[in-house]
Design a protein around this ligand. Sequence first.
Ligand code: SF4
Length: 120
Amino acid sequence: MAGKKGFLLCVCQGTCPSFEKMNFFEILNTLKAEKLVNFVPIHLQLCADDGDEFLKILLSNSRIEKLYVAGCDPSMQRKMFRDAFEEANFGREKHFAFDIGNMDTKQALEAIKKLIKENP
Ligand code: SF4
């Protein structure tokens, strides 16, 4: 069975000023409509304990071939998700991170689509 690709949007609880110019649902609806990935969940705070649990459960599914994560700085994401990836046995090379802080909806969508298309 073919591997699945997911896009995960992390929104810093929806309260961070760097995300205030973005319509999260418009981003997810556009990605869903364009079928660039197989699933498009949103998470409030991946770097919190429940985010860790979410990543462990999600990525324990060996059918997930790639995970694109838009949120904060890629190096921060790599550090914060490291333990969950290890526990789920999810290779770090399958994680594609992108910082969408301070972008508006259009900018974020363009950046996300570019990242996905460049790493199909
Ligand atoms: S993982 Fe990054 S974007 Fe998500 S809540 Fe933590 S700091 Fe914010």
